[in-house]
Design a protein around this ligand. Sequence first.
Ligand SMILES: [Fe+2]
Length: 374
Amino acid sequence: MSTITQRNEDVRPMVDAACKYGYNYLGIPNKDKQFCLLAAADVHGDKVRMASAIQYMNEVPSIDAGIILGDMAPSNFRNPHEWYYDCVRQAIKPWYTVIGNHDCGNSDKGEISAAQDQIFDRWIKPTLPVIGDISIKKPYYAVRHDRYKVELIVLDCHENPDMKDENGDFLVHRGANCFSQAQIDWLTAELAAVPQGWTVAAALHTLSDEIELDRESCWNSPRTGGPVSDDNCYKGMIPSIFDAWIHGKRIERTFKSPSRSGKYDACMPAISVSADYTERGEGIFACYLCGHDHRDEAGRCADFPEQHYFAFNTAAADNWQNGGCDFARAHGTKAEDCLTAVTIDTQERKVKLVRIGANFTMDMERREFVVAGY
Ligand SMILES: [Fe+2]
């Protein structure tokens, strides 16, 4: 049985080229190497593919770190989870965890869903040794890669309030898109503290904003739909904050959750965003990295077209998880893998994606790499 690195040996030159890894024409080590993050999405309990992701990150020198973009849990919070720690413990480079809807419970039922502290304790706390030093003990955090002047901001877009009804069930579905005032205050302050000249990328399970897919991009296909979350909670809030930061502007706005029922209205109060980036000046934003849709998507926020959005097909190789996606996945071939090397090229201001594993869509389109300028 071949390892993931052996199966995908053919894309190694592409991964290396994306971050200019290696030596220049004089044989001198290349100083131009750019930050390269291995992205996996929605592994949903597939521990074989999860272990493969960690192995690939460990074994390929041009990759600096890795991330899972949410939905580690097969279905809900009660599912076994130790397998995830077993995989992450093998990481010899930083590995970042993003919370997805299934990791919270994807239900309002108290017995299969979790409160916010439980979510941190289950999914983030045991991985702290491979995240590095984060001062905030929350499922949202920021990490800096000094060598590349890149900051990665991990958001928790399922930060549902902990309020329960008389039956012990949560008032708000653990999987609805939601942020707390505290998380947004943290985000605006974190952005203010990003050093000048650094590049920021944001990772979150899903962005509840309309996305204009780039229909010319090989990363999309006729089967790819743009993500608009059903609940659309606090629509426009995250891109508005980044827009103010990108342009060195001030933002004073209130964002409301959609009014669906009395219980939601009571639990999800309006969030006020207050930040002033005029003194800091313009910020450099690379892109959002997302999961959730089990499809590859490349596009931009409809209302903020400067802001790139990329989502990745599920890393899980079973047929059920792959039901809605573009790829045929075959065990024992390289198509059983589906990971993406994301390079942030801060010199050329480009995001370069390279697919590791499943390269052919069911429409027989080849999906190997895509480059987008920011
Ligand atoms: Fe999801």
